[in-house]
Structure formats: C-alpha cells, structure tokens
Design a protein around this ligand. Sequence first.
Ligand code: ADP
Ligand code: MG
Length: 142
Amino acid sequence: MSEQIGNLTFGIIKPDAVRAGKTGGVIKRIIEGGFKLRGMKLIHMTHEEAQGFYAVHKERPFFGELTQFMSSAPCVVLALEKDGAVKAWRDLMGATDPAKADEGTIRKEFATSIGENAVHGSDSEENARIEISYFFSQLELV
Ligand code: ADP
Ligand code: MG
C-alpha cells in the first residue's frame, strides 16, 4: 500500500446518512467523482472504537456527542483511490458545516447539521494511511 498512498484516502458514510437510506446515493457520487473503491464495508463501531478513531479531537467540546453519534448505528468505511485523493475527496465532501458547504458537494446534498454531516474524509496523506489501517487489513484492500 505504501507506494500508492498519495492516491488513497479514507472515508466514512456516517450513521446519519446510512440510517436515512443515503448509502447508495453517496456511493454513486463517489464513483461519478472518479474515485475507485479499494475497500468498503459496513461496520457498527463500539463507543471505544469511535473514541480511538477520533482521539485527535478528545479535548474538543463535541467529543462525547461525536463518538456517541458515530457508534449509534452502522456506517460504511471506505478506502478510495484517485490522483490527489485526500484533497479530491475533501472537495467532493464539502465544508464540515453543511450550511457552509458549496453546491454540488455531498454534505450540501446529504448532511443535516455540523455534527451529523453524512461523511468523513482524511485531512492528510499521513492520516489517510493511519485511518485506513485502523479499519482495514491488507487482505480487505483490493
Ligand atoms: P471534518 O469532518 O470536516 O474534517 P473536523 O475534523 O473538524 O471536521 O471534525 C470532525 C467531526 O466532528 C465533524 O465531521 C463533525 O461530525 C464533528 N464536529 C465538528 N465540529 C463540530 C461542532 N462544532 N459541533 C458538533 N460536532 C462537530
Ligand atoms: Mg477532520
């Protein structure tokens, strides 16, 4: 994986979007956006797993709310490939707060609030590598 990491990013279709039946709609946007799916699975995180994933945010006031939400229902974890994948996926997702997200972004179309904002995306190549490894084994990446 290491030789191609610049072309990979990590994404999550969050519990709000899965619960609302938007999984297919989000996947359609990802494929139409030119991403190749390298890994994909439906999981239901424990609270401890969500706390581990978002450990970087543990001092933030919304950490409890965020980790409860992320472990409240199933989500879909994704390893996505495209040239410049980290930026391309964040551009397609849109701003964290859907009220500030550009037209045509996934968060503009599917997110309901700054907390329940439909999708996650890595913010750097280093974090993409860490986040893919948190959820996927080598055998699960095609
Ligand atoms: P992003 O997901 O766009 O990278 P952050 O890394 O800043 O955004 O935050 C991680 C997640 O924490 C957000 O996607 C959102 O679900 C939640 N979050 C961020 N800011 C807030 C907030 N002010 N109130 C509630 N939840 C928030
Ligand atoms: Mg972030």
